[in-house]
Ligand binder design. Structure first.
Ligand code: CP
Ligand code: NVA
Length: 299
């Protein structure tokens, strides 16, 4: 059975914890191997990327493999070749696909029709590799997840959905604050709660960050929502991670942002550059977590 990684829910609780610990060890060891020797992984990106693209390319290289990078603009994907055809053809050339796209259904279709593993490198619904890596960033500071309050302040977007999924496997308390009308998907939230996730939901960012050890935010308009940028900026007033938010949190609260950040919108320049920000370690950890994910699939 091939392993796909389309959402954090594809992992068992045990596997999720093992990935974090393994990536932590790989970081300490500056890990290299020949696990992917003779293997090619194809990166298909329908949206822009800096961190995910480069950290996957470098991690494939560190594991001795080869990658091919594709976008719709320079492939037949942009000329409407069906995904199921693309999946079958690419499966004849390569041993995996890392895919950044819009609908989650596209990933499901590639995984169904392809015979090689498919990894979600971000969709409209989820960003599982990012949140697994964020869990590593937290683990290396506070390995006991049980005692932690983690706040999500901003949009009920792909990142928030992956945090909700993470809360199924890790025993932290997740406090989500979003403006009215920008809630995470109710089915994702309900399913996580039914599975025992400790999630609290509010429209008040100051309430969500009270006693928070970690404060997470992300852009107000995700890729594909560029036309809503202006209207969202109005709706999200009050949700900027600034000194006022930090003052309401735990005195040693740390701030996470998956990047790219829009300083002056969802986060202030002072917070981004301040001593509470751990965003650069967070970005680095993408590399270590990608290696752990690839090893989980191919190891
Ligand atoms: N955080 C993240 O996924 O960044 P990129 O869009 O640069 O890959
Ligand atoms: N929510 C953002 C994350 C970018 C890494 C987006 O989807 O654009």
């Amino acid at each position: 059975m091939k392993k796909d990684f389309l959402s954090i829910r594809d992992l068992t609780r045990e596997e999720a914890h093992e990935l974090v610990e393994r990536a932590h060890w790989m970081k300490a060891e500056d890990f290299r191997s020949n696990l992917l020797e003779g293997k090619t992984v194809i990166l298909i990106f329908e949206k822009a990327s800096t961190r995910t693209k480069v950290s996957f390319e470098v991690s494939i290289n560190h594991l001795g493999g080869h990658h091919v990078f594709m976008t719709p603009a320079e492939s037949q994907l942009g000329r409407s070749e069906p995904l199921r055809d693309t999946a079958r053809v690419l499966s004849r050339y390569a041993q995996g696909m890392v895919v950044r796209t819009f609908g989650q259904d596209k990933l499901v279709e590639l995984a169904r029709h392809g015979s090689v593993p498919v990894i979600n490198a971000l969709s409209d619904d989820f960003h599982p590799c990012q949140v697994m890596s964020d869990l590593l960033t937290i683990f290396e500071r506070t390995p006991e997840f049980e005692a932690l309050n983690i706040a999500w302040v901003g949009d009920g977007n792909n990142m928030s959905h992956s945090w909700i999924n993470a809360a199924v496997h890790f025993p932290f308390r997740l406090n989500i604050a979003v403006p009215r009308g920008f809630e995470p998907r109710a089915d994702i939230l309900q399913e996580a709660k039914d599975l025992g996730a400790n999630i609290n939901f509010t429209h008040d960012p100051l309430e969500a960050v009270r006693e928070a050890h970690y404060i997470n935010t992300d852009v107000w308009a995700s890729m594909g929502q560029e036309e809503e940028k202006k209207s969202r900026a109005d709706a999200f007033a009050g949700f900027r991670v600034d000194d006022r938010i930090l003052e309401a949190a735990h005195p040693e609260a740390r701030v996470l942002h998956c990047l790219p950040a829009h300083r002056g919108e969802e986060i202030t320049d002072a917070v981004m550059e301040g001593e509470r920000s751990i965003v650069w370690d967070q970005a680095e950890n993408r590399l270590h977590m990608q290696k752990a994910i690839l090893e989980w699939i191919y190891g």
